[in-house]
Each structure stands twice: as C-alpha cells, then as structure tokens.
Design a protein around this ligand. Sequence first.
Ligand code: MN
Length: 148
Amino acid sequence: MSGDTSTPSGPTILIVEDNELNLKLLNDLLEYHGYTILATSLGEAAVELARQHKPDLILLDIQLPDISGLEAARRLKAEEQTRAIPIIALTAFAMQGDETKVLASGCDVYVAKPFNIAELINMIARYTSKKAAVNRLTVRAALTDCAG
Ligand code: MN
C-alpha cells in the first residue's frame, strides 16, 4: 500500500465546503473514484482556485463563512475563463424558492443535503464526461476543417 505511488489522473474537482466532516467525506469518496481534488472552505478562495486551476467541475456549498456560494457562482459565471465549468450546488436548506435562486446564480444543478452518495457520484460522472464529449466534438470539427 505504501509502495503505491500511482498519481491520480482523472478529472479535477474543486470541492468548496466549510463543514470539515463533509469535506473529508467528499474528498475521500472522490479520490477513491479516481478524481483529482482541490478543496477550500471559503468562497473567495474558491473563485481564485477556479481561475488558477480550471477544474473540470465544482462542488459548491451554498452556506460559507465569507461570501455565499451563490455569490461565488455569480462571479465564476461572469468570467469568461471560468464560465464553462459546471457547478453542482450543495445546500442544507431546501425551502421553496431556493432551487430557483441557486439556478439563477449560475449553478448548473442543485443537490440538497443530506445527499445520496451513489446519485452524487453518478451526477459528477455525467458532468465530467459531458465535458470530455464536447472536447471530442471540437477535435473532430478541427479535423474536418483541415480536410476542407
Ligand atoms: Mn456550509
């Protein structure tokens, strides 16, 4: 086990979560599934990490100690360099109207805590493979251009 030096090479996920136990759970779970993890407990840091590292997906808690997840999502979607990164919002409060607010902020989808782990893993796989599919289409389009 300690001799295993394989480096993770799967899609990179930025986890934004201020609850330590949730963060550890998500980190261990996603690492186990082969993802590379970046993590922070703060909204401002999340925006900065996203700019620097261009993760393939962001898991974004809505209730954070500094700026809210909604504000972080608005900033990420307002910038060209981070706009295309899918955001899965995680929220503990599920009141009527919240989903609308979350989606209006620019988050792509909304998951209420406590989340179902299998469903979350499936959702993450869908969003990260969608990006791979788009990349393949782009390559094909480029090849077609060359042929013409
Ligand atoms: Mn929180």
